[in-house]
Design a protein around this ligand. Structure first.
Ligand code: PLP
Length: 380
């Protein structure tokens, strides 16, 4: 059986968890949390990094930090995970869904401006499969209309964007805020886990307070205030040291994990290219301004029938390939609130995108099997 995903353990997770336990401090914001946060700040230049219990939590923190409330509008792709939208819906905002690009599931930056009203407060680009959205265009709109940008970088660890200034910028370092996920389906994992990256310094102090249940506990432990109390809204967004210890082990193997995943991704691409050339399906497109972090390998099928056929052929060989998002503008929960615009490319990716197994331990023989089963299925 070839699963769709298999969480990869680098080997030192238990050793670090043992250290956390032996230290007598297993709640949040201890030595492993600080090590992980420093890693992100130093490697990717985030002004401040705060570990969270999930990517979902990081998005919810972003919505709280931006004081989102009823009447506010937030622009995001429809082709994304529910958490992107939920974080803002929980605060009472209205979601204005933008369509995907013709060539990529990412939101189409040229279709955003017409959606901006005087109630628009935030744009949330989602870097699907770790591939950058067109950030120059999005940041220019944010400047022109005085909006915030929250990058949903849940899938985008260690991936980059190079804009007109030719400077290669890590995803998550461009918007005012960004959310990452360490869910077991992502490249770097901690079971459940996430990170809020803060690039606008004005948010740092309040972010720490929201993170610590609305108290100024972090400042107290640094000796900056002589007692701590309830100073703002907040929740318990920080993970335990057990989670942070696990994550620390993973982060030390980041390059190794990324390289292996890219190798697998390239092998799929190379060996499925002849089928793309023969017109059987399309392979992922990586724009010149983006890098590939091998989060997801996918095919764009001709239609849902062809996709069903491939899924069934793989399943018969005990291989699990899966489709991805159902468009949020058509979801049972949000369809009644959607403004009625059709979003044809969002629908298209929902009906035709198929993700193939991609995990560190996927061996060559298994990958060949996946490729061959697809070959047979599409040519039948
Ligand atoms: C995984 C993911 C999330 C949510 O992250 P969790 O850590 O599972 O809460 C949000 N947005 C996108 C695009 C994701 O892929």
């Amino acid at each position: 059986m070839i699963p769709f995903n298999k969480p990869y353990m680098v080997g030192r997770e238990l050793e670090y968890i043992q250290q956390a336990v032996a230290s007598g401090k297993i709640s949040g914001d201890g030595q492993f949390t600080k090590k992980c946060q420093r890693f992100f700040e130093e490697k990717y230049g985030f002004k401040k990094a705060l570990l969270t219990s999930s990517g979902t939590d990081a998005l919810e923190m972003a919505a709280l930090l931006l004081n989102i409330g009823p009447g506010d509008e937030v622009i995001m792709p429809s082709y994304t995970f529910v958490s992107t939208a939920n974080a803002f819906v929980l605060r009472g905002a209205k979601i204005v869904f933008a369509d995907s690009q013709t060539q990529h599931p990412n939101l189409d930056a040229d279709k955003i401006e017409v959606l901006i009203t005087d109630r628009t407060k935030v744009i949330v680009p989602v870097h699907y499969a770790g591939v950058a959205c067109d950030m120059d265009k999005i940041m220019a709109l944010a400047r022109k209309y005085n909006l915030f940008v929250v990058e949903d970088a849940a899938q985008a660890i260690d991936s980059y964007y190079t804009g007109a200034d030719r400077i290669r910028k890590p995803l998550g370092s461009i918007g005012h805020l960004a959310a990452f996920s360490f869910h077991e389906t992502k490249n770097i994992i901690s079971g459940e886990g996430g990170l809020l990256a803060i690039n606008d310094e004005n948010f740092i102090q309040r972010a720490e307070i929201i993170w610590e249940k609305g108290t100024n506990r972090s400042a107290y432990f640094r000796g900056e205030v002589d007692k701590y109390g309830w100073v703002d809204v907040g929740s318990s967004f920080l993970p335990s040291e057990i989670t942070a210890a696990f994550l620390w082990a993973q982060l030390q193997e980041l390059n190794n994990i990324q390289n292996r995943r890219k190798e697998i991704w390239e092998y799929y691409y190379q060996h499925l290219s002849p089928l793309q050339a023969a017109g059987y399906f399309r392979l992922p497109v990586i724009p010149d301004f983006a890098t590939n972090n091998a989060q997801i390998f996918y095919l764009i099928c001709h239609n849902s029938d062809q996709r069903d056929k491939i899924i069934a052929a793989l399943k018969a060989a005990d291989i699990l390939a899966v489709f991805h998002y159902l468009p949020l503008h058509q979801s049972p929960f949000y369809a009644p609130y959607h403004d009625g615009r059709t979003l044809p490319f969002s629908d298209k990716y929902s009906e035709t995108l198929l993700r193939l197994p991609l995990y560190y331990e996927l061996c060559r023989a298994d990958q060949d099997l996946v490729i061959n089963k697809i070959k047979v299925a599409v040519q039948r």
